[in-house]
Design a binder for this molecule. Structure first.
Ligand SMILES: *Cc1c(COP(=O)(O)O)cnc(C)c1O
Length: 366
């Protein structure tokens, strides 16, 4: 499978027909427990679904293959995956970029700080800032790139090289880019994290997360965390993710095509300054004059649903300051440029012209 392109891997890695019956689409192993041959001796390596399930194994094989990694562990959510990683640190220090997904920020500051994990925040797009962070001798760097919602980018190759020269490990949240646009393990990262809720699942119908790595020891500590802390997904959600991820390549192409068209409409408007776009992918943020304009723009749209989350086939829009990033204190939000007039668009895969027309007509009403 190694040589195959990502479109082929998504459909064939971990996606072979079911062994017993030949069912091309494998069943949902909707079971909590597994019969054993003799006490402690399993039939196929599974004993209890909190610890493992064939639907997990298949999805893990697919996702590891997409990221070019040896192994993966799937979890109940993206934050479940982040929690599993954090439980492997014990008391220690993490250096992370400051404009993180709001839930990650909350988990680091409001939960794990109490358990002795200190987080120091740095500027995503400043190598100097990361260097100063590495000088604090953290156990890990946590890099989210491109960031949510400002779409800033970190130079992963350089950051990983710097970190490894000081024996610091690197975990990358690749939820926004997906392996279609960026493969952090190839750039030197030790672990890749995803909220599979987003582009990998792709249909806004499941919650899930994954950690992918080439390090077998890390993989077993992630498996242990899933079982010991209870961070397991449901077999059905994994089955949905295995189905959704098959179309990743075609979806990402259309997300990007539509996002680029939306970016150019937004850029043409004098009412939007600036537009944030990573240059690839389907996420776009735009700064309107103020909160009132942002709310009016959202209200005027017909094809963009006002909702949190992203990465589904349907277009969504949100107001980060009041929604996804409300857990970041207002002063901190203002400092990192996350104002009340900022809207974030998850551009879907609808017909390009329709999305362009929708954005144009709503901008005209302002
Ligand atoms: C949504 C998201 C998460 C958290 O994932 P959940 O599945 O909602 O727990 C983490 N990182 C990024 C970048 C996200 O967008």
């Amino acid at each position: 499978m190694k040589k195959n392109g990502i479109g082929t891997k998504a459909i064939h890695s971990g996606q072979r027909p079911e062994e017993k019956t030949g069912a091309v689409i494998p069943p949902i192993y909707q079971t909590s427990t597994f019969a054993q041959k003799s006490p402690g001796k399993t039939i196929a390596g599974y004993d209890y679904t909190r610890a493992g399930n064939p639907n997990y194994s298949r999805l893990e094989e697919t996702l590891a293959s997409l990221e070019g990694g040896k192994c993966a562990t799937v979890f109940s959510s993206g934050l479940g995956a982040t929690t599993a990683w954090l439980t492997t640190i014990g008391p220690g220090r993490v250096v992370a970029n400051e404009d993180l997904y709001g839930g990650t920020y909350r988990l680091l500051t409001a939960v794990f700080q109490k358990y002795g994990v200190k987080t120091h925040f740095v500027q995503t797009d400043s190598l100097k800032s990361w260097e100063a962070g590495i000088d604090l001798k953290p156990d890990w760097l946590f890099v989210e790139t491109p960031t949510n919602p400002l779409l800033k980018q970190a130079n992963l190759r350089k950051i990983c090289r710097l970190a490894h020269s000081k024996k610091v490990r690197v975990i990358v949240d690749n939820t926004f880019a997906t392996p279609y646009f960026q493969k952090p393990l190839e750039l030197g990262a030790d672990v890749v994290l995803h909220s599979t809720t987003k582009y990998l699942g792709g249909h806004s119908d499941l919650i899930g997360g994954v950690l992918i790595t080439n390090d077998k020891k890390l993989k077993s500590s992630f498996d242990f965390a899933r079982k010991a802390v209870g961070l397991n997904p449901s077999p059905f959600d994994c089955w949905l993710a295995s189905r959704g991820v098959k179309t990743l390549a075609v979806r990402m192409e259309q997300h990007q095509k539509n996002a680029r068209a939306v970016v150019s409409v937004l850029k043409q408007s004098a009412k939007v300054r600036p537009v944030f776009y990573a240059g690839f992918g389907g996420m776009v943020s735009a700064q309107l004059k103020n909160g009132a304009d942002a709310r009016k723009f959202i209200k005027g749209l017909q094809l963009f649903t006002l909702a949190e989350s992203l990465g589904g086939v349907e277009s969504l829009i949100c107001l980060p300051a009041a929604m996804t990033h409300a857990s970041i204190p207002p002063k901190e939000r203002a400092r990192i440029g996350l104002g009340d007039g900022l809207v974030r668009l998850s551009v879907g895969i609808e017909t390009t012209r329709d999305l362009v027309d929708d954005v144009s007509q709503s901008l005209k009403r302002l």
